[in-house]
Design a protein around this ligand. Structure first.
Ligand SMILES: Nc1ncnc2c1ncn2[C@@H]1O[C@H](COP(=O)(O)OP(=O)(O)OP(=O)(O)O)[C@@H](O)[C@H]1O
Length: 682
């Protein structure tokens, strides 16, 4: 019952730490144990002679001389300290924006430094400093790096997790049947957790990943296939035939013709409806390919069969966006459209509920709040979910509440390489939009080294002067003192205020409350914010036509698909748009990634390339791809595991024992579980 045990039960977690953990979404002991490292750093100490130019190195050093601090522009500083390594070698240690360390780095002091070695300048740019030389366990080839926040460092996180494991390890149970562990030679869940937090070798890490990925994929497949089985249960009399004039009328109401891909998807939807079973279709469309109109067609077709549609978006902003579009497109076709979200005022809400009860609404647009609230749709025929990677689940609760099985249409902006689609979705019905509407100008993508930042800013200013808007993306800060070379979004926003003097610069980051994030987004949509600086929380799907510049700092830190998604936020109107990738990428793979973006804007090509460029060695790129979100598993890298998981899930679901025997009770419960939705991604 570790999910119910508050994290404060772990020895050493007081109020302050509890609060810091809560900000990271860690409330229970379970959460803490499952807060996995985002990556690992090699901090084994090697001889100075083996240091390579540009590589991350770790050294035991002695301060030899006086530290010196230089200030730049009042806020930024560089601290230089003469160091001696391995008795014989002298280098300069450099610390960015940590002037206070000069007090500690006194002459003669021993210190462990970790950072990037620059041979020409004979400098180590230090990202991690350790004064407790006895902390031998902090020195190894696999030092975990955690996502952290205010009031907690990665090293503290590591220590807390180790303590939690000591205290509560016994209580960690295993959801996978024992037979699986034997058959696939998987370690137990507990062992996997131990290993992922403190691997001693690449092999141990591999074991942990393999086990956790299998578990994740297997549960995903169980849910997916169970959902699909339910959807496909044949029952009589629900074949709904869309009137023949409907499609023509719909098309005639659009300002532009549908693309061929959109037409195909619309036809598939109508065909699904005509069958005497519920539809379960996924619409995979590249960024900006026009999924919304296909979804609107599905809603209109449903309306013409006399039934209602619920459209669920992952955030309020996106729900509002859909609502406005629906008003423009569907109301003229005679549909009655309403919006219901968490911030709908209660009087309005009552009115909506009443209208629903009277059958006075044909399309209800909202967030997932639609499901949990006492919303009663009299004659629900279709549920559309936008960007729902973990599908099946909320629909089921909706269905249970409403007592019937509507069609389900899921939209996703994540192009999955064709080679992977089968492994992931099995025989789920999939429509693909692989064509952009005519007349779109492809986004012009440039890759510039960091030193050409000014050139990028100049372009952004030029666009602002034309009344356009700008997105700036800064990489997420894992731990400010550790990644001195990464500019946090807040710092970046601050710095950019001068560069964009005269314009309003807004800030959006993962640590803000949902409400605050939505408020900022809304201001940007309304044009009150001209430049939006953000971590990657900019929503998938947001459609601001006036935004024409996407500027990404440290682009090499993002996955290919993620960059493609970000780029998809611009180029949505008729004006020429620009995506500028600022990066001093080193290494062949990183360079090829960025080059791919410069060369193509086709999401499917990018997804394929992404797959190619991720060798099996690339273990740690959690959330790199932007493919359906898994914590550990990566469907590109681990697709063989996905295949096995899919087979096992289907075998198990077909087995009577699964539904009867107590040993499967735990798994049966998983099928019914509603996973938490994460609306904003970092
Ligand atoms: N056939 C078409 N011809 C011209 N414009 C279109 C067509 N279909 C859609 N559009 C327009 O293209 C823009 C993008 O469409 P939409 O918002 O549906 O994209 P999307 O597929 O949801 O992409 P994303 O996932 O990136 O948000 C919208 O402004 C929409 O009005």
């Amino acid at each position: 019952m570790l999910r119910e045990t508050p994290v404060s039960h772990v020895a050493g977690i007081g109020r302050a730490k509890e609060k810091a953990l809560a900000e990271l979404g860690i409330h229970s002991v379970f959460d803490l144990l499952h807060h996995f490292p985002v990556r690992y750093e090699d901090r084994s100490i090697r001889p100075f002679e083996s240091f390579e130019d540009g590589a991350k190195v770790t050294a035991r050093a002695v301060v030899e001389g006086q530290p010196r601090v230089r200030w730049h522009g009042g806020k930024r500083s560089v601290l230089s300290v003469p160091l001696r390594i391995d008795q014989r070698f002298r280098v300069t240690g450099m610390w960015f924006n940590q002037p206070y360390l000069s007090q500690k780095l006194t002459d003669g002091r021993m210190v462990l430094v970790h950072g990037k070695y620059d041979r020409d300048r004979n400098v180590i740019v230090v990202s991690h400093t350790d004064f407790s030389m006895s902390a031998s366990d902090a020195v190894g080839a696999f030092v975990p790096v955690y996502r952290t926040g205010q009031g907690i460092t990665s090293a503290q996180m590591q220590a807390l997790i180790a303590r939690a494991l000591q205290q509560f390890g016994e209580a960690v149970d295993d959801v996978l049947p024992h037979a699986f562990l034997q058959k696939y030679r998987l370690v137990t869940h507990l062992e996997a957790i131990r290993l992922i937090h403190a691997p001693k070798s690449a092999e141990e890490l591999r074991q942990a990943h393999r086990r956790l990925a299998f578990e994740e994929f297997f549960l995903f497949q169980l849910q997916l296939q169970w959902f699909r089985a339910q959807q496909h249960q044949v029952f009589e009399g629900v074949a709904r035939v869309v009137p023949t004039d409907a499609f023509e009328r719909f098309c005639a109401s659009l300002p532009q013709p549908l693309t061929a891909a959109q037409v195909r998807a619309c036809q598939a939807v109508a065909a699904d409806m005509a069958r005497p079973r519920a539809m379960a279709r996924l619409l995979q469309g590249d960024v900006g390919s026009g999924k919304t109109w296909v979804a609107f067609w599905a809603a209109y077709a449903t309306f013409r069969t006399g039934a209602q549609t619920a459209l669920m978006a992952p955030t309020e902003i996106l729900a509002e966006q859909h609502y406005h579009n629906a008003q423009e497109r569907l109301v003229p076709l005679g549909m009655r459209v309403r919006l219901l979200t968490g911030s709908t005022p209660s009087s309005e809400r009552t009115a909506v509920l009443q209208a629903l009860a009277n059958g006075g609404i044909d399309l209800l647009v909202g967030t997932h709040a639609l499901l949990t609230e006492d919303v009663v749709l009299q004659n629900l025929g279709l549920v559309i979910t936008d960007e729902q990677h973990r599908f099946g689940v909320s629909q089921r609760s909706l269905l249970r509440a409403k007592g019937h099985t509507p069609d389900v249409f899921m939209l996703t902006a994540t192009p999955i390489p064709r080679t992977l689609a089968l492994a992931v979705y099995g025989d789920l019905d999939v429509s693909v939009l692989d064509e952009l509407p005519a007349g779109r100008r492809p986004v012009e993508t440039r890759w510039l080294p960091m030193q050409k930042e000014e050139e990028a800013l100049r372009l952004a200013r030029r666009e602002l002067a034309r009344g356009r808007q700008v997105y700036v993306v800064a990489p997420l800060v894992e731990q400010s003192e550790q990644l001195a070379d990464v500019q946090s979004a807040a710092q970046l926003a601050d710095n950019l205020k001068d560069a964009f003097a005269g314009y309003t610069v807004g800030l959006l980051h993962g640590k803000m409350s949902t409400r605050d994030k939505e408020a900022v987004m809304r201001d940007f949509v309304a044009g009150n914010i001209h430049v939006l600086v953000s971590t990657t929380v900019i929503e998938v799907g947001i459609d601001v036509k006036a935004a024409t510049v996407m500027l990404v700092y440290h682009a090499e830190r993002f996955g290919l698909a993620q960059l493609h998604q970000l780029r998809g936020r611009v180029g949505r109107g008729s004006a020429q748009s620009y995506c500028i990738l600022l990066s001093d990428a080193e290494g062949e793979v990183a360079k090829r990634r960025l080059q791919t973006l410069v060369e193509t804007t086709d999401g499917f090509v990018i997804a394929e390339r992404d797959l190619e460029l991720r060798g099996p060695g690339e273990f740690l790129g959690v959330r790199q791809s932007g493919l359906p979100e898994f914590t550990v598993g990566d469907i590109a890298r681990d697709f063989r595991i996905m295949e096995v998981a899919r087979e096992e899930a289907s075998r198990l679901l077909a087995n009577h024992d699964f539904w009867l025997l107590p040993k499967f009770a735990r798994l049966r419960a998983e099928i019914e579980k509603v996973p938490e939705q994460s609306y904003y991604r970092d």
